[in-house]
Design a protein around this ligand. Structure first.
Ligand code: FAD
Length: 429
């Protein structure tokens, strides 16, 4: 490809900001399309909810991007939410805690965008509605309130639109589709007040389920957590008078009864699904060269490049279940920018496809469902592979904190989150 390339980046969340910085460093001509009026994506708190459709089932609903709730504090400490040359440990914007509130992260990302000149190439309030592969480039069509629809041809497109907006719900529970009491997805949870004096069932076992159940327990009559995992201890939750952990729900009845696999049953007012999200690229037209199947974005070499469209189309930020989110996103964005710029060569299309299929075979062999294709939980070598490619190693101290944190993070009460900076670092170093 000739230089400089005209590259479109979709989204100004962490991935869009990082990728743009790396592309600018490679002297490419970058345009970032951001549908909102701020940088930070998920970290821009939005008090609105999708009130007409709290489960997010209707594809035509009016979409709110961020899934943050008002009380959210990071579930990772500052050292793990830092970039190699822009640390979150020595920058404070009003909330110096080791696990700060969400505003602090948004301000950190705003600072990042200004510091590296990324803000200057962002077109705010510009929503990409179509990306069409044409001959040697991509037609990007976007819409703004003032100018309506416009389009432009780009040499390459990097998709950084996030994957925490389109809810996945537990719709396979017998009776749940007919249940007429209130149901919502955590995407539409903001504050506990609407659940005052209610009996609430929270489905899920991830960070959102744990956090939101505690938030709601402050005002609700009872909170019942339901988990599909058989590892959970069925009992009253330590430290709470009104919260119980159950196994999964086996059936719900229209009179409000919820039956759990552990034999217990209760009458609930609300069921809250903290059951994760779906990848969603409503703007992308690739003649099926890349598609989403049960949360597998198929096919993607190293979770970034669709072999048949590489290196002109890339996805940054699809991996999940990773301990070092920010460092991995930084490495991924560097790798994507270097590949797009021709400084790193990809294997042949056939070899990339063969590697993707080998990855699928491994997942099958180990009993992992398609929906875990982009999970890095069992793939510790990915970070090392990316590091070797781009010649940047994640700091040993950050790795050590990551490893120790997860070893010590055994109790649900996770006292480390409220420890002082000094005590926290002593515990994890
Ligand atoms: P996003 O932040 O979602 O950004 C995507 C951007 O794309 C948005 O600005 C959006 O407006 C824009 N966009 C989307 N579609 C279009 C379009 N068609 N046209 C133009 N613009 C578009 N990570 C941590 O490291 N620590 C934590 O404590 C942590 N807590 C989390 C808590 C919650 C509730 C959630 C949901 C996630 C959390 N994460 C955490 C993970 C978090 O998602 C990542 O840290 C990061 O925000 C992902 O960045 P992103 O750039 O991929 O996507």
């Amino acid at each position: 490809m000739t230089h400089p390339l005209n590259v479109a980046v979709i989204g100004a969340g962490i991935c869009g900001l990082l990728t743009t910085r790396e592309l600018l460093r490679e002297k490419q001509q970058v345009t970032v399309f951001e549908k909102s009026d701020k940088v930070g994506g998920t970290w821009v708190y939005d008090p609105r909810v999708e009130a007409e459709d709290l489960l997010g089932l209707d594809p035509n609903r009016s979409i709110v991007h961020s899934s943050l709730y008002s009380s959210l504090r990071t579930n990772l400490p500052r050292p793990l939410m830092s970039f190699s040359d822009f640390s979150f440990e020595d920058k404070f914007y009003g909330d110096p805690r080791m696990f700060p509130g969400h505003e602090e992260v948004q301000k950190f990302l705003e600072h990042f965008a200004k510091e590296f000149g990324v803000s200057e190439v962002i077109r705010f309030n510009s929503e990409v509605v179509r990306v069409d592969f044409k001959n040697d480039g991509f037609v990007v069509e976007w819409s703004t309130i003032e100018a309506g629809l416009k389009d432009e041809v780009f040499d390459a497109v990097v998709v950084c639109n996030g994957h925490h907006t389109e809810p996945r719900v537990a719709d396979d529970i017998p009776g749940i589709k007919e249940w007429s009491r209130k149901q919502l997805h955590s995407h539409n949870y903001r504050v506990p007040e609407p659940f005052r004096d209610q009996v609430v069932v929270v489905i899920g076992n991830g960070p959102s389920a744990r956090d939101i159940s505690k938030d709601i327990a402050k005002v609700a009559r009872e909170v019942h957590l339901a988990s599909r995992s058989s590892d959970v201890k069925v009992s009253k939750v330590d430290g709470y008078e009104n919260m119980w952990q159950h196994l999964k729900i086996t059936r719900v009845f229209d009179n409000g009864t919820v039956v759990f696999q552990d034999g217990d049953s209760i009458e609930a007012d609300t069921i809250l699904h903290c059951t994760g999200y779906k990848y969603h690229f409503p703007f992308l037209r690739t003649n099926d060269l890349v598609h989403v199947d049960n949360n597998r974005v198929d096919p993607l070499y190293k979770h970034v490049f669709p072999p048949q469209l590489a290196p002109r189309l890339a996805f940054v930020g699809l991996t999940f279940n990773q301990r070092l989110i920010f460092p991995i996103l930084e490495l991924q964005s560097k790798w994507a920018a270097l590949v797009i710029s021709g400084k790193i060569l990809l294997p042949s299309e056939d070899n990339m496809l063969a590697e993707v299929h080998e990855h699928y075979r491994e997942l099958d062999e180990n009993g992992f469902p398609k929906s875990l294709t982009h999970s890095l939980w069992h793939k510790f070598d990915y970070i090392d592979w990316l590091s070797d490619q781009v010649g940047l190693r994640v700091d040993d101290r950050v790795r050590e904190i990551g490893t120790n944190l997860f070893e010590k993070w055994t109790s649900r009460a996770n006292g480390l989150r409220d420890a002082t900076v000094h005590d926290f670092l002593k515990a994890v170093s």
